[in-house]
Ligand binder design. Structure first.
Ligand code: ACO
Length: 270
């Protein structure tokens, strides 16, 4: 469907799979990869035929973090070039993913280090292979989780886990990632793709506007007072009604009252 220098995009029904594609470099994030991700996310954001975006890596890795050579060393003497790459790097993994109008799932198929934690945190859901290797390797090369990574850790992890792994730099597997809440769950690598694609298809079959409102309601309420959140979600409900032309009332509630399905047990089509 779309092939850029460092990223490949495929579509399966309402699901787009975005694959970081520098396997020889373990999908480390070069400045070009950041620019490609900005372009891909921009291209997908308004597509009405897509409800879910899965982000993964070309085997064997998910993403080995920043490209230590191309991101840090190559731009060492050129602040302007570095800041351009830095801005793209923090924006797509941070604000863009967090407020993205599609549901996003990080599928962690293999090695996931440092800056890749911000992809995981920016995504709405994350599923890992049991065998994946993850780690905050920064301390091992005399630096710290900079850029958006410290904030990602603060958003997602309990303080003890964030500091334990940040201070030791010890690698851990997908099972441990699930235990500490970095991912939703982990499965054997052999089952990962099928598992995630089934989950993505299940979510993708729901109403796209309702999915978006679910994300926005959660993410923006985190930043609001109770009063502001009540007013926001009321306005959001009106927006949803308008955008769906009343589908949640007419079809959603209507089909329940006509005894066609029980929403407590699934959607009408599930
Ligand atoms: N930046 C640039 N190149 C990388 C990176 C990276 N982050 N990670 C791997 N590569 C390159 C290697 O240099 C090597 O390139 P070469 O074949 O041209 O020599 C190639 O990818 C394969 O790497 P290997 O080390 O041979 O692969 P292996 O599977 O044995 O190990 C591992 C993978 C564990 C990911 C290892 O490469 C590693 O420790 N990489 C660094 C991970 C890291 O610390 N990332 C930075 C986090 S901090 C941040 O993102 C700000």
């Amino acid at each position: 469907m779309m092939k850029l220098e460092t990223v490949v995009v495929e579509q399966h029904d309402k699901v787009a799979v975005v694959t970081l594609n520098r396997p020889d470099k373990r999908n480390a994030m070069s400045p070009q990869l950041h620019l490609d991700m900005v372009e891909v996310l921009e291209a997908l954001r308004d597509r009405p035929d897509i409800n879910v975006v899965v982000i993964t890596g070309s085997d064997p890795a998910f993403c080995a973090g920043m490209d230590l050579k191309e991101f840090f060393l190559a731009n060492r003497e050129d602040n302007t070039r570095f800041e351009k790459a830095y801005r793209a790097a923090v924006e797509w993994r941070g604000r863009t993913l967090r407020y993205y109008p599609k549901v996003t799932i990080a599928m962690i198929n293999g090695d996931c280090f440092g800056g890749a934690f911000s992809i995981v945190e920016g995504a709405d859901l994350a599923i890992a292979a049991n065998e994946a290797r993850l780690g905050l390797s920064e301390i091992n090369f005399k630096i710290f989780p900079g850029g958006s990574v410290s904030k990602s850790l603060a958003n997602l992890l309990r303080p003890r886990d964030a500091l334990f792994y940040g201070l030791t730099g010890r690698p851990f597997d997908g099972v441990e990632a699930a235990r500490i809440g970095l991912v939703n769950y982990s499965v054997p690598k052999a089952e990962l793709k099928q598992n995630v694609m089934e989950l993505a298809a299940e979510i993708g079959s729901k109403d796209g506007e309702a999915l978006r409102a679910t994300k926005d309601g959660y993410r923006l309420s985190l930043e609001m007072s109770w009063e502001a959140s009540m007013d926001y979600t009321l306005a959001k409900q009106d927006q949803l009604t308008l955008r769906q032309r009343g589908a949640w009332q007419d079809q959603g509630i209507g089909n329940f009252l006509d005894k066609k399905y029980k929403p407590g047990l699934g959607s009408l089509d599930s």
